[in-house]
Design a protein around this ligand. Sequence first.
Ligand code: SF4
Ligand code: SF4
Length: 167
Amino acid sequence: MEEKLEKRVETYLEVESVLNDFFKELDFCYENCLTQEESLFLSDLPGHIGCCSYNQHDQAVFPFKEILDTKRDEKYPKPEINYEACDYHTMDGCLLGDHKPPACITYVCPKFRTYLSNRFDIIYDNDHLNELFKGILSGKTEQKEISRFKSEFNYYIEKIKFAQTGF
Ligand code: SF4
Ligand code: SF4
């Protein structure tokens, strides 16, 4: 069982890194939200908080959460308590480069989703991706869905690169 769980976390991190590459290519949050006066999530939040106003990593409930929490704690030191936002949040965004819970890694606010659709014709489905990530840890997500996700998002990465640079 332990070995299976280790493998699932490994797969989770692989899939998370594809989604991270996708977000890096866009750099939408930093430019349009985190460096602005108001958050795109809620206008009564300062921009630098984005959509990270509370400790979602603690409060999220999903199967096999403990294994991801343990691995995260092994890699990242416990952050200071942040009374204004999530403890992992900084002025430059999330401190975590990986090991984020499914809701954190997959969430895209409505304005960001509209941008993806209008600019790149990408229909981004938060709920579907959240389920896919949770299912990797619980063993519910099938290998063919993982492969489909990887191909789809690697294709999007190339599409974004092409739209932004022409090659
Ligand atoms: S997902 Fe939306 S609200 Fe959250 S940081 Fe990015 S732009 Fe801001
Ligand atoms: S863990 Fe990171 S992405 Fe999730 S709420 Fe905290 S700062 Fe935001």
